[in-house]
Design a protein. Structure first.
Ligand code: GAR
Length: 215
């Protein structure tokens, strides 16, 4: 299992995934981390784990698609099994999405289809939702709306702020993202239309967030 991970910022999901590989919970490796931001802390995380990392500057390309064509060419050289968006805060062109269809996954800090787009945690607070959470999904051309691999539910308490809710959701992000990647690496995932079925997942046997097994 060979991954390329795209980041834009802090890189805490990158860290959780890297740690899962390091501990042998997932077999394989991250062969490359790419950032569209020069000062992304995630680039340091990559160095800490000895993973090759590169900054690719979008500002030297005229259009979104030109940048994405450049990235696709670079990523394809790695011949990855999976391309993982981990806090990659750039809209992807159709060209990019088509290039890795079925091999491109993302994590979003809400229970999709609720609260897609930016500041999902703030949207949940402002809406007055009583539960939110996070979603790992395959990426399709519709923003944050691809077939769902795994979700974790997080209660929203009256005293929660955008920051406290984000922190609570993040703890689950760090569990569900490695879990989803492990399932994919084990070939246990089948997609039937919008349904993602995980062979042998213990759905419904645990009281909360039932599909979380290993993380
Ligand atoms: C995470 O909360 C992730 O779900 C979110 O950005 C954060 C990145 O944190 N992604 C999105 O909102 C994508 N729509 P990290 O850099 O520490 O992993």
């Amino acid at each position: 299992m060979k991954l390329v991970v795209l980041i834009s910022g802090r890189g805490s999901n990158l860290k959780a995934i890297s740690q899962a590989f390091k501990e042998g919970k997932i077999e394989g490796k991250i062969s490359l981390v790419i950032s569209n931001k020069k000062d992304a802390h995630g680039l340091e995380v990559a160095r800490e784990y000895g993973i090759p990392s590169e900054f690719h500057d979008p500002s030297i390309f005229e259009t979104r698609e030109e940048y994405d064509r450049h990235l696709v060419e670079r990523i394809k050289k790695e011949n990855p099994d999976l391309v993982v968006l981990a806090g990659y805060m750039r809209i992807l062109s159709d060209y990019f999405i088509e290039s890795f269809e079925g091999k491109l996954i993302n994590i979003h800090p809400s229970l999709t289809p609720a609260f897609t787009g930016l500041k999902a945690q703030k949207q949940a607070i402002q809406y007055g939702a009583k539960f939110s959470g996070c979603t790992v999904h395959f990426v399709t051309k519709e923003l944050d709306a691809g077939p769902v691999i795994i979700q974790a539910v997080v209660p929203v308490r009256p005293e929660d702020t955008e920051e406290t809710l984000s922190d609570k959701i993040l703890q689950y992000e760090h569990r569900v993202y490695p879990q989803a990647i492990k399932w994919i690496s084990e070939g246990r995932i089948k997609i039937k239309g919008r349904q993602v079925i995980v062979e042998g997942a213990r759905y419904g046997t645990l009281p909360v967030n039932p599909a979380l097994e290993d993380f």
